[in-house]
Design a protein around this ligand. Structure first.
Ligand SMILES: C[S@@+](CC[C@H](N)C(=O)[O-])C[C@H]1O[C@@H](n2cnc3c(N)ncnc32)[C@H](O)[C@@H]1O
Length: 414
């Protein structure tokens, strides 16, 4: 890992490829008229580091992304509030990107008949630019990728042809804050959230960082609360003390030790004393294809290679990819394929390498070959689904996610 990669990882937790980091540094050097990368890095200020962070984060989000998660959360909250009429439900969206996720939750809750004063939504992101955009609450067409746009009619006003402003009534229900999930800024909120959305962040972390992030989420969640993650993130949660909930396509989990919470919300232990509030929403005022982090570790090869030492080639390919030596990594994959021509994992890694260099069509072809060779290759299915989502191909993404979820469930059961 280069010093610059290490610096940005320390600031964000993100496993960033060398290519992404170097591109961000070049961009900032041009903006600050710096000539020497070493001198630029040696003199970096907190503000400059923040500017670099803005260039490496992936603020990709849209309204009603994976709608089943919001429905499941609303169902749970309705039941909890019915069981405790004096309570206020607390929801956290971290990371919230430009606010699409927390505002969706606010829309779903009001449409489920929950009065505005019965819920509080906190929303957090490391990106200050995202938080500013979210507070303003104005969105372009790209934030509306679902076919049914009735919610836009109900909760937004148009301001210009391609601009939609969320109604103030909902906007003021969400309290936004810039913070890093991995730092202690949210600790005061420990144990207070009934529902947490932490979707599409852990995929950018390595294993130890993922475990640290899950420990934070665990700390923030009420004893019997629900946590919603991205579909490729469920396995990490299950390796860290959580168990999947049986809501289809919602990708919800709960702590392993608390059984049967789905059917009926039960009274919870009293929350800890309230923490200092988030900054209040601001007064009325006027979302890039995903860049992904270091590839997740592929599962063990589906078939046992008759050439045991050759498997080292794949491990070496992954190591080189982590170092940003993509061409060398590709060479190792090809050497491996020369020995084991039907290796699904080698094709999976080739897909990741091409994705990193933005050759998305090639990446897709490799992942398709991977699932042709190994139809239950969970990670390849997840990556294909992400790609379909990026291309706004909702039907294909939904089908791939459903298939990945079935495979995951099967693997859990066996
Ligand atoms: C792909 S978006 C996910 C948004 C939303 N949860 C969703 O699924 O649509 C990832 C977001 O994570 C934020 N992020 C990255 N590292 C973070 C960290 N350590 N703490 C909080 N937010 C972080 C980025 O700024 C970016 O907006």
């Amino acid at each position: 890992m280069t010093p610059a990669q290490a610096m940005l990882r320390a600031a964000t937790g993100l496993s960033l490829s060398r290519t992404v980091v170097e591109r961000a540094i070049r961009h900032r050097m041009a903006r600050t008229a710096s000539r020497d990368p070493d001198a630029y890095l040696a003199r970096i200020t907190p503000e400059e580091l923040e500017a670099l962070v803005e260039l490496v984060v992936v603020p990709e989000s849209w309204f009603y992304r994976d709608p089943q998660a919001f429905q499941a959360a609303a169902e749970y909250i309705v039941a909890r509030l019915a069981a405790a009429p004096e309570r206020v439900a607390r929801i956290l969206s971290v990371p919230c990107a430009g606010g699409e996720e927390p505002y969706t939750m606010a829309m779903v809750l009001t449409e489920a008949g929950i009065p505005l004063d019965r819920f509080v939504i906190d929303a957090v992101d490391i990106s200050q630019a995202c938080i500013e955009r979210a507070k303003i609450g104005v969105y372009g067409r790209n934030a509306f990728r679902n076919q049914d746009l009735g919610f836009r009619e109900r909760h937004f006003t148009t301001s210009g042809d391609d601009e939609f402003r969320i109604n103030d009534e909902l906007r003021t229900r969400v309290r936004f804050k810039q913070a890093n999930l991995l730092e202690s800024e949210l600790d005061a909120r420990s144990g207070s959230y009934d529902v947490i959305f932490c979707r599409n962040l852990l995929i950018y972390f390595d294993k130890p960082t993922t475990a640290a992030a899950i420990a934070k989420l665990d700390q923030l969640l009420r004893r019997d609360g629900l946590l919603f993650v991205g579909y490729a993130e469920v396995p990490s949660l299950c390796q860290n003390g959580f168990a999947p909930l049986p809501y289809p396509l919602a990708f919800g989990v709960t702590r392993e030790s608390v059984p049967e919470r789905r059917q009926q919300a039960r009274p919870a232990a009293p929350a800890r004393p309230p923490a200092p509030p988030f900054a209040p929403p601001i007064a009325p005022a006027p979302a890039a294809p995903p860049r992904r982090a270091t590839p997740p570790a592929p599962p063990p090869p589906a078939r046992t290679s008759p050439w045991a030492p050759a498997t080292d080639l794949l491990a070496e390919a992954r190591r080189l990819a982590d170092l940003g030596q993509l061409r060398e990594a590709e060479g190792k994959c090809r050497d491996y394929l020369a020995l084991v021509p039907d290796s699904a994992d080698a094709y999976f890694i080739l897909g990741l390498l091409n994705e990193l260099t933005k050759k998305l069509q090639l990446a897709e072809d490799y992942w398709k070959r991977c699932i042709y060779l190994q139809p239950d290759h969970y990670e390849a299915l997840c990556h294909l689904a992400l790609l379909a989502e990026t291309n706004s191909d909702v039907a294909t993404a939904t089908a791939l996610k459903a298939r990945a979820a079935r495979i995951y469930k099967r693997q859990q059961a066996s």
